[in-house]
Structure formats: C-alpha cells, structure tokens
Write a protein that binds this ligand. Structure first.
Ligand SMILES: N[C@@H](CCC(=O)N[C@@H](CS)C(=O)NCC(=O)O)C(=O)O
Length: 212
C-alpha cells in the first residue's frame, strides 16, 4: 500500500503536499479529482472523504488526513523540512495558520474567479475586489518578514515555506503584481531553486495546463 493523495489540478492546497512529497522523495499515488465537474461530491469520492473536498491524503498505513497543512506536517516529520526545536516547530505552525487565515481564503477565490473561471469575473467583480483588499495585510506582513529572512524560519527552507508558497507564488493570477512585493518575489525565486522543486503545472503531469 502506497500513500494516496486525492488532488485537483491547479490548486495551491493540493500542490502543497504533492510538492513536499517530491522534495522529500516520498512515494505517493496521485488521484485526480475533477472539482470543476463536481467529482468531489460523487458517491465514490465521498466514501473516501465524506467532506467532499481535496486535497485528501491516506497514509500507507491506512490513516486519513484532511487539510493540506496537516499533510505537510505528516510528510515532513523527521526530515530537513521540519525543524527539530519545539519553538521552531511552533513557529512553523504559526505561519501555517497565518497562511490559512490571512492569505488562502482571499487569494484562492480571487484567483479562482479571475484565472480558473475567468468567464465569471464580471459577475464576481465586487467579491473579487473584497478578497483582494482582504489579502493585502497578509501580503504586507509576509513582505516585511521576508525583507530580513531568506525563508520563513531562521534555519532555512521548511514546510512553512511550502505552505505559503502554494498560493502566494500564483498571486499574480489573483490580480496582484509581484513588483509591489519585491521580497516575496525574491523568496519565490529561492523556493523555486530548492532541491527537487516541481512546478504547480506538473501536478497531475501533462494535464496540468488545463487550468494553469
Ligand atoms: N483548508 C483546506 C481547503 C480545502 C479546499 O478548499 N479545497 C477546495 C479545492 S482547493 C475544494 O475541494 N473545493 C471543492 C468544494 O468545496 O466542493 C486545505 O488546506 O486543504
């Protein structure tokens, strides 16, 4: 039995555990779920994940894990992507909660209705503007942090970076310009230069261009 990842193309949340598995060389079977056609609510998928969302992870010992950042935590245990020091582990978690509360809820839907379903952009104009406004404080805080640090944690590249990278590296697809965030832009370059890095477009292999 291999680790199983249920994922959809183009998703920052799905990308996070997949990228970690690639960088750590952890074997993983990827099952693509077509969220745009509602496959995540099919009886077959609900029997695997009753919440009907992706990503979803089943370990090679048969244990189910929801939430992309929880998957990162599991995959990185005892590796260079997880700090050993308890206070640093807590800082990793701190940034992962920051990602899920201050950035992902705004960048993800703004990007969805701008880039993934652009025909809904006009209809969603007001909501998109609100999501964009709400993402600014989080992006400003990240920019400030990365002005003095190469990576999120002082010891170097970690799951905190992977967590934030998922949506922040595609923030231009949500209507932002990275020129406004020069330290974030340089951090994106540094993450892309880490060992065994794989782009979001490679998630699900060649089919990823459908929603790139
Ligand atoms: N907080 C969750 C977010 C999961 C999530 O929102 N998944 C989206 C795709 S990125 C989804 O499955 N949407 C389809 C639906 O809700 O029906 C995580 O980090 O894993």
């Amino acid at each position: 039995l291999e680790n199983q990842l249920y994922a959809c193309l183009g998703s920052g949340n799905c990308y996070k555990p997949w990228l970690a598995s690639k960088q750590l060389d952890i074997p993983l079977d990827v099952h693509l779920i077509d969220v745009l056609s509602g496959e995540q609510k099919s009886a077959e998928y609900l029997s695997i994940n009753p919440l009907g969302v992706v990503p979803f992870f089943v370990t090679n010992t048969g244990i189910s894990i929801g939430e992309s950042n929880a998957m990162l935590w599991y995959l990185a245990e005892d590796t260079h992507l997880m700090p050993a020091d308890p206070a640093m582990r807590a800082q990793a978690l701190q940034w992962m909660f920051f990602e899920q509360t201050k950035l992902e809820p705004f960048i993800s839907p703004a990007r969805f209705f701008t880039t993934i379903l652009p025909h809904l952009q006009d209809e969603k104009r007001t909501e998109i503007a609100t999501w964009q406004t709400n993402a600014v404080p989080g992006l400003a805080r990240l920019e400030q942090h990365l002005t003095t640090q190469n990576f999120m944690l002082p010891h170097g590249y970690s799951i905190a970076d992977i967590s934030l990278f998922g949506y922040v590296h595609v923030v231009s697809e949500a209507g932002f310009t990275l020129a406004d965030y020069p330290s974030i832009a340089k951090w994106i370059d540094r993450v892309q230069a880490t060992q065994n890095y794989q782009s979001l477009a490679n998630l699900g292999h060649s089919q990823a261009s459908l929603v790139a």
